[in-house]
Design a protein around this ligand. Structure first.
Ligand code: G4P
Length: 531
């Protein structure tokens, strides 16, 4: 009975994260997807226009001030009887580490491109993460209502630069001012839209590709061109291969316009059909099937003070197997402790609601009085399991964080420890234990500013930054023993991370190369090993 219920719930669940470069339209697309799911009532609820730009899932004051999205939550909605979990990721590239952790919890990714720009730097970077994890990628080519690049050229770029085989699910009729609609490749149905004022929702009109009326409604040359291109794809393009799709080697491609809400419904329908259902995860006991009756999950993200009135800390857990129920007794793999999860929450932007049960593929928020760290496994049953940890991004900027006010030391220490646990920033320390000011190590400058801002507003500590001129960090395989055996090394600074592991900081790649030439057997990694 439990197994049947579990199977039913897993079968109707899909989760995904959106990867894109800022401005490609992620906020707009998110908003339109939620509209279809009835999760929000009107467009604009997710994103206020103009100066007040923010998303339902943006909650920090700083985000509002800067008009950027730096944090992420989960947006769950029902579409066609299926539960879809959209794992929201921060929009700003300085927070790609957060996106990276979120991708560890995602079963599918949607790669969003601006039709005029094609692949952009942050999309490429995040794509690499998906590739490492072999996450199936769905490509949505947005802003088709505006002049863009040739669709065939965009497909070529995906194939030649990412090594991904594109498989268009639909094909555009015209583009920019002349964009008239989409031809669905499998059903041979044409969806036409009528242009309305800028930003207004498009009216859709459906007919068969063989309907003679088509040529009366749309300029014949546009239809002929689209059909010719489709014929070319049928002849020379790849076939839809689900295995290649699910191993992250083939990407279904969709065209549309999030702004005018065109192509979103066909995207959702095909996504439900083609996306990967919640999948098994690698653990110390091998791959754990989602249908395993014992519950298990892992923490992929921590966030403190989401609600400034309550100063709370939330751990985001991805359910991996079994049924999670409120008040259930679970084990914490790292500490060996047992605990009862009394107030699991469903988070939707700023709103929360207590959940009674959750299934594989779902994300729930757990109250975290300091017991959870990123990568922790929680499970029920007698047999201990532990999922693979989540490694950290290699930092590229470094700065001492000074606390000029000794009386605020306790709060300073508490603040930086909590922000580090949350993964907001990495902390490094001098080897000399008497030097207690930490070195903040981050992927982007904004990350440092957020730490300062949060220390001030959440912990009441004013700090200042003293930048260091390093740009590369490497962890030493084998730890201190290996390092000591090398003797003196040059042109790098040796520091330790929060787990007392040696880290080498270099001013530039050239200095790193020099060290590697001098010590060819030395093992160095750019990504901090999981703890
Ligand atoms: P992001 O979250 O990826 O950063 O992108 P966002 O949705 O904020 O969209 C960035 C800009 O692109 C916005 O314009 C948005 O309206 C526009 N946009 C998104 N999707 C489409 C589309 O399908 N077609 C067209 N033509 N534009 C689109 P903005 O001028 O920066 O803001 P706003 O004044 O429109 O809010």
């Amino acid at each position: 009975m439990i197994r049947e219920k579990l199977k039913e719930e897993v079968d109707c669940r899909r989760n995904f994260a959106i990867i894109s470069h800022p401005d490609a339209g992620k906020t707009t697309l998110t908003e339109k997807l939620l509209l279809y799911g009835g999760a929000i009532q009107q467009a604009g609820a997710v994103k206020a226009r103009g100066e007040q730009r923010r998303v339902t899932s943006d909650w920090m004051e700083l985000e509002k001030q800067r008009g950027i999205s730096i944090t992420s939550t989960v947006l769950q909605f029902i579409y066609s009887g299926n539960t879809i979990n959209l794992l929201d990721t921060p929009g700003h590239q300085d927070f790609s580490e957060d996106t990276y952790r979120t991708l560890a919890a995602a079963d599918n990714a949607v790669m969003l491109e601006d039709a005029a720009k094609g692949l952009e730097p942050q999309t490429r970077k995040l794509f690499e993460v998906c590739r490492l994890r072999q996450i199936p990628i769905f490509t949505f080519i947005n802003k088709m209502d505006r002049p863009g690049r040739d669709p065939l050229e965009l497909l070529d770029e995906i194939e030649s630069e990412l090594g991904l085989t594109p498989w268009p699910v639909n094909w555009p009729i015209g583009s920019g001012e002349e964009f008239r609609g989409l031809i669905d490749r499998r059903s041979k149905k044409v969806t036409l839209f009528e242009r309305t004022e800028r930003g207004r929702q498009a009216k859709e009109h459906c007919l068969s590709v063989e309907d003679p009326d088509l040529y009366n409604i749309v300029q014949p040359d546009l239809i002929d061109k689209a059909l010719e291109e489709l014929a070319l794809l049928e002849e020379a393009g790849a076939e839809l291969d689900m295995e290649l799709l699910h191993s992250g080697d083939l990407t279904p491609v969709f065209f549309g316009s999030a702004m005018i809400n065109f192509g979103i419904r066909s995207f959702l329908d095909a996504f439900l059909d083609l996306a990967q259902k919640p999948v098994g995860r690698i653990s110390t006991e091998g791959i754990i099937d989602p249908l395993h009756t014992n519950f298990s999950g892992f923490i992929f993200k921590l966030q403190a003070n989401m609600d400034p009135r309550h100063r709370d800390r939330v751990a985001f857990m991805r359910v991996c197997s079994g049924i999670f129920e409120r008040n259930m007794l679970v084990h914490h793999a790292r500490t060996g402790k047992s605990l009862r999860l009394a107030r699991p929450q469903k988070l939707f932007g700023q709103d929360r609601e207590v959940v009674e049960s959750a299934y594989p593929g779902d994300i729930i928020g757990l109250n975290n009085p300091g017991m959870f760290a990123i990568g922790d496994t929680v499970y029920s049953g007698l047999k201990k399991i532990e999922y693979d940890g989540i490694p950290c991004f290699s930092p590229e900027i470094f700065s001492y964080l000074r606390n000029p006010n000794p009386s605020a030391f306790k709060n300073f220490r508490k603040g930086i420890t909590e922000l580090q646990e949350e993964g907001a920033v990495q902390l490094l320390y001098e080897i000399d234990l008497s030097k207690r000011d930490p070195i903040l190590a981050a992927v982007g400058q904004l990350q440092l500013e957020v730490v300062q801002y949060r220390l001030e507003y959440e912990y009441g500590v004013q700090t200042h930054l003293e930048p260091l001129s390093f740009t590369v960090a490497r962890w030493v395989t084998g730890g201190w023993d290996t390092l000591e055996a090398l003797g003196r090394i040059f042109n790098c600074k040796i520091v330790r991370d929060a787990w007392n592991r040696p880290v080498l900081l270099f001013k530039n790649q050239w200095n790193l190369n020099q060290l590697m030439e001098d010590h060819p057997k030395l093992g160095l990694t750019s990504i901090a090993p999981a703890v």
